[in-house]
Write a protein that binds this ligand. Structure first.
Ligand code: SAM
Ligand code: SF4
Length: 464
């Protein structure tokens, strides 16, 4: 198949070059349209990224928070990454796993070692994991499927992994079909930068050099039946305004071809990584101020797409981003193969990048509720078949909220019962009492109270 670039490279660059400042009324018009929660175009997102008017910037943040609240309520979905291998055949200038990094200690976990890592995560209380892999010819789809199945097979006490998402290099349709048969949740593949010339410069060698093959990886995943796909940009490689507009063009492309946009979007910023000069001095500085604008504009532009924030960022900034529209966070993360098993977790010669938020899962959860958010380990949509288009059909009229809030409470209750520290339990049960009062649908409330009592009595995995 021949691929054509659906990112309008020259056009987006011309907008940057022109660098036109919008008037206050133009910004207001975009915000008015955005408040209908139907999304905005890449050009309208550009208007929101261009304004320097302080009042308008505040209004952008406020609207992003309002949209987040109306669609997701005060829920924050929690997950942890699991690094399966840091062996990689590519040379990406920004990554510590790059093939020419002689100082990196390489390791690929066996299925038994994966099970050990999963057991530790389950014993901490995790129910959702993101498995991450380097790209190498030795890692075929069949092998990846076996690693996912190994992870799903672990049941430790009341623990189990209920949804496994994967971050893996692009594959062909037949290989994606094999991957899908392992029952993965979301398939993630970040374009890193949508700016083709920059892409070709920073991907020095290996299969990943092929910009178009990567650009169409989510199309091939969809063709193979994986209907929850996730995109992302590694911020710091090119102008963030170009990247945000291009992300939205990518989302529009998926919507047009498959009738459904991305399930989630990630927006990592480049962090220092061993053996990568570029990671110490990223080509473009993306400040915290820029980052606030990126997150709030994305929230406004794609209201029904989950926004994921990882532990690359520091705790203070993470707190701020909950308000601006982030809906999923990783917690208690470690970023090298075998790291959860490592009591000291001090292997800089193995890890992908430096972590900004090093708190444990329990510490993060306590902080999350202190900020007024309910941590959710819920995986019910995917197990009830609410994925892809079906998910969007439920989400857009607001139906999802009816299930998500009680499911969040039930999964957090499971956490408190099985894994919570005394401090988190004390604060958590009180928080749950307040959340229950918010359940205003009588039928749901009745059924919820039954599930709640049964969970307290020891039953597990009760959901809507
Ligand atoms: N190898 C696969 C690939 O490249 O698609 C997946 C795994 S890769 C480790 C996952 C993501 O890590 C990449 O897509 C990239 O965005 C991110 N990453 C790489 N180097 C990074 C760095 N120095 N700081 C922050 N994120 C980085
Ligand atoms: Fe390998 Fe992915 Fe790192 Fe590139 S970003 S070097 S493909 S692990």
């Amino acid at each position: 198949m021949t691929y054509t670039d659906f990112i309008k490279q020259d056009y987006l660059d011309s907008l940057l070059k022109e660098n036109r400042m919008p008037s206050k009324s133009e910004v207001k018009d975009v915000l008015k349209k955005a408040s209908e929660k139907k999304g905005i175009t890449p050009e309208e997102a550009f208007v929101l990224m261009q304004t320097k008017d302080k009042d308008m910037i505040e209004e952008i943040y406020t609207l992003a928070g309002k949209i987040k609240n109306e669609i997701y309520g005060n829920r924050l979905v929690i997950f942890a990454p699991l690094y399966v291998t840091n062996v990689c055949g590519n040379i990406c200038a920004y990554c510590g796993f790059r093939a020419d990094n002689k100082d990196l200690h390489r390791r690929t976990l066996t299925n038994e070692e994966i099970k050990e890592e999963i057991k530790i995560l389950e014993n901490e209380g995790h129910k959702r994991v993101l498995m991450v892999y380097g790209e190498h010819p030795q890692f075929g789809a069949k092998w990846i499927k076996e690693t996912v199945e190994a992870a799903y097979s672990v049941k430790s006490g009341n623990g189990e992994m209920r949804r496994i998402n994967v971050n893996i290099a692009p594959m062909g349709v037949d290989d994606f079909k094999i991957l899908k048969s392992s029952d993965i949740g979301t398939y993630q593949c970040f374009q890193e930068t949508y700016h083709k010339k920059t892409y070709e410069k920073v991907h020095i060698a290996g299969k990943k050099k092929d910009y178009l093959y990567r650009l169409y990886s989510l199309d091939r995943a969809q063709e193979a039946g994986i209907d929850d796909v996730a995109m992302g940009v590694l911020f710091g490689l090119y102008d963030y305004r170009f990247e945000v507009m291009a992300l939205l063009q990518h989302a529009e492309h998926l919507e047009k071809v498959f009738g459904v946009g991305p399930h989630t979007i990630s927006f990592p910023r480049i962090e220092p990584a061993l053996g990568s000069d570029m990671s110490e001095h990223p080509p473009v500085d993306v400040t915290d101020k820029d980052f606030r604008r990126i997150v709030s504009v994305l929230r406004i532009a794609v209201p029904y797409t989950g926004l994921i924030l990882t532990t690359r960022e520091q705790a203070d900034l993470r707190r701020e981003f909950f308000k601006l529209g982030v809906s999923q966070i990783s917690a208690g993360s470690r970023t090298y193969p075998g790291a959860y098993h490592d009591a000291k977790c001090n292997k800089p010669d193995m890890q992908q990048f430096t972590i900004g938020d090093t708190r444990t899962l329990d510490e993060v959860l306590l902080d999350v509720i202190e900020q007024g958010y309910i941590p959710s380990f819920c995986t019910s949509c995917y197990r009830k078949g609410r994925t892809g288009q079906a998910f969007m059909q439920e989400a857009k009229p607001g139906h999802i909220h009816t299930f998500c809030h009680p499911n969040a409470i039930l999964t957090f209750l499971e956490y408190l019962e099985d894994y919570g520290s005394e401090k988190t339990k004390n604060a958590g049960y009180e928080f749950i009492e307040r959340e229950i009062k918010k359940l205003d649908n009588n039928a749901i409330r009745k059924s919820f109270m039954e599930k709640y009592e049964n969970t307290k009595a020891g039953m597990r995995d009760l959901y809507f």
